[in-house]
Design a protein around this ligand. Sequence first.
Ligand SMILES: O=C(O)CCC(=O)C(=O)O
Length: 246
Amino acid sequence: MAVQGGGMDRFLVKPDPGDLGAGGEESAPSGGASGGQPSPNWRHLRAQGLNCDYTVLFGKAEADEIFRELEQEVEYFTGALAKVQVFGKWHSVPRKQATYGDAGLTYTFSGLTLTPKPWIPVLERVRDRVCRVTGQSFNFVLINRYKDGCDHIGEHRDDERELAPGSPIASVSFGACRDFLFRHKDSRGKRPRQTVEVVRLQLAHGSLLMMNHPTNAHWYHSLPIRKKVLAPRVNLTFRKILHTKK
Ligand SMILES: O=C(O)CCC(=O)C(=O)O
């Protein structure tokens, strides 16, 4: 994971031509069905190699209920799993993390091979809604909990070998609204190879951000520190990971 830096330049969200605002027409990103729920209005974010779709999937009352249940039910890592080594020194991860998923899956985390906890009803509820509206399937979720705006995640790409090639990542947020930045891989560091504007958005309570292929091959993302944010936030990133051969 790389350190974040540099400025933020621009808020880029391309409205869908069919997006009529609240109560407008649906524009599903790919083969989804709303399954009795109101159809989401998608906003399509596009830039060089960036392909994302954003919508508010859960209304306030439902998002509040899910957030409460997540706060009660999710069991976060403790001990060594809540630490990260940077240049040989151990630090506490500046947020809490947990993983849940299908039986039989393993994944690598901080150099350790781990198995996710079995699905719990609140996570199945969110996962199933995301699957319905996107037409995608997911077998794993990484949960990040930010107690306030001091908790954060630095610039990184979700390009782990365990991810099914070409599969999207579905990021669902509850609680405090936070800024979220994408930075192009050639536009980082002191001497960038090219200047590509930062793509900046805000992830609202109950929102879904679909990070579609090839976004993660070209863009780093981060959730920067925002000291004015006092409330907690929980983010779920649903992924499709490969079963390792035994
Ligand atoms: O909390 C967020 O929105 C970002 C989480 C994230 O970057 C990740 O799970 O890879």
